[in-house]
Design a protein around this ligand. Structure first.
Ligand SMILES: [Zn+2]
Ligand SMILES: [Zn+2]
Length: 173
């Protein structure tokens, strides 16, 4: 997403607001693939603070991903806020790169800010550790592999935690 900042980059205190949709990237995080579902949404506000443009925003997107318990694909909605500063280069000094040497600082060049990297990293930061199709997902039966959300399987119901299995053997002696 390219934000046009031509109108505000020369005026202290000037501000631009924009909202809309953006094309979601597919993500791969720790071996899990997140496939975009439709377009993402965003709201951003950029303010000229004198030396920099301060950009504050919110992004949202939905991804198709397998549930970490029952392994069924479902649509996961992810959203988050971000804040980023882009240094303004003093007029007429483009080329003399004092600015670009300042470590991690981002520098505005031209009339557009490409916010896609910010949007993408904000979503990655807000991904759940273990995506679940629903909070009380019952997962798969460890014996037959049946999806327990779809009903009970034929397995015996005295299934117990493998750590307790040892205790049970002990007491049955
Ligand atoms: Zn599930
Ligand atoms: Zn079973």
């Amino acid at each position: 997403m390219q934000l046009n900042v031509a109108e505000i980059k020369r005026e202290l205190g000037a501000r631009v607001e924009q909202e809309g949709t953006w094309s979601l990237p597919s993500l791969e995080v720790e071996g899990t693939e997140y496939v975009p579902v439709g377009a993402g949404k965003y709201r951003v506000e950029a303010t000229n603070t004198g030396k920099a443009l301060l950009v504050q925003g919110w992004v949202e997107g939905s991804f198709r991903v397998p549930c970490s318990r029952c392994l069924q694909d479902f649509s996961l909605k992810v959203a988050g806020d971000f804040e980023e500063e882009y240094c303004l280069q003093p007029e007429g000094e483009e080329g003399e790169e004092e600015g670009e040497e300042k470590g991690e600082e981002k520098v505005l060049s031209g009339d557009f800010l490409d916010l896609t990297p910010e949007f993408t990293s904000t979503l990655i930061l807000h991904l759940p550790m273990k995506p679940l199709c629903r909070e009380d997902c019952r997962g798969l039966c460890p014996r037959c592999g049946k999806n327990r959300n779809e009903g009970e399987c034929e397995c015996r119901t005295d299934d117990i935690d493998p750590r307790l299995e040892k205790l049970k053997e002990f007491f049955n002696r």
